[in-house]
Design a protein. Structure first.
Length: 201
């Protein structure tokens, strides 16, 4: 994949609307380590913008302070590489706000791609996504990742593309019982590599 063929890629980390373990719709807390690791992974793989999405005003204020520290404050001077990663990050109140912001920036609404640890219907493979983008896709793409116990069914069903869940190969798992509890920051890094990594094949 070369720079001229890749569409504009955005990523949103949703803290709402997501489920808790009882499938109640909740807003989860923003964690500092998720923000740090996700912006670093995103910058590494060429993502153009990252949105941290929470409806909670205090949480948005916290994220804003973190971003300012690493892009304008002492953190920017202490670690320029981290400042570069944080320069692509933004905070948003809702997914709707994210879509509107991207549409305003790019002149067209983004195509939403959802991820999930659970099986979903009408899956599009990572390789099919890569091939479509290589052929000159021009519509901006918005990768959605959920916190808690995953994005609500409404968000998943409203997306144009559903990516496969991350599962181990049977030969690698062997006789071990399936364990499906990746952190969201690990899932982001893995999926970005599957979409934008330099493939051995």
């Amino acid at each position: 994949m070369n720079a001229t063929s890749k569409p504009v890629i955005y990523l949103a980390l949703l803290h709402y609307p997501v489920y808790n373990k009882n499938r109640d719709v909740v807003a989860t807390a923003v964690t500092n380590i998720d923000v740090h690791d996700i912006v670093r992974s995103s910058r590494t793989y060429g993502v153009d913008g990252v949105y941290i999405v929470t409806p909670i005003e205090q949480q948005r204020g916290l994220v804003t302070e973190i971003l300012q520290h690493w892009t304008e404050g002492a953190g920017a001077k202490h670690n320029p590489a981290r400042a570069e990663a944080f320069s692509i990050a933004r905070v948003a109140e809702s997914l709707e706000n994210v879509i509107e912001d991207i549409a305003e920036r790019e002149g067209i609404r983004p195509r939403c791609l959802v991820t999930s640890a659970k099986p979903m219907k009408e899956i599009t493979s990572f390789s099919d996504c890569r091939e479509a983008w290589k052929k000159g896709e021009t519509q901006p793409q918005l990768l959605l990742f959920g916190t808690g116990w995953g994005m609500t069914d409404e968000v998943v069903e409203g997306a144009e593309v559903r990516l496969p869940p991350l599962v181990p190969a049977r030969w690698a798992l062997g006789e071990k019982k399936t364990y499906n509890h990746l952190s969201v920051r690990s899932a982001v890094a893995t999926i970005l590599d599957r979409l934008f990594g330099d493939r051995e094949e």
